[in-house]
Design a protein around this ligand. Sequence first.
Ligand SMILES: [Zn+2]
Length: 80
Amino acid sequence: MTETKYCNRCGRALDIWDVQEDLTIHKENLGYGTKYDGDSIHLQFCCDCMEQLIEECAICPITESDSVNTYERSDKQNEC
Ligand SMILES: [Zn+2]
């Protein structure tokens, strides 16, 4: 068993589905574009937070697949 991971946004412990999705941003040495210049970022989201972030986007970042994963979509109630 690996160490417990947490969603950076809501603080909830990630379940097996969240970990499987691996909704992460990892980057070393951020540049001058942010106030975190020179720092590193290790960001991880749970599925709920990722869905909320996607819905807040002005430009939808989702590319819908054809029919391959439709059964998973209905199970998890994705609707972007
Ligand atoms: Zn979360």
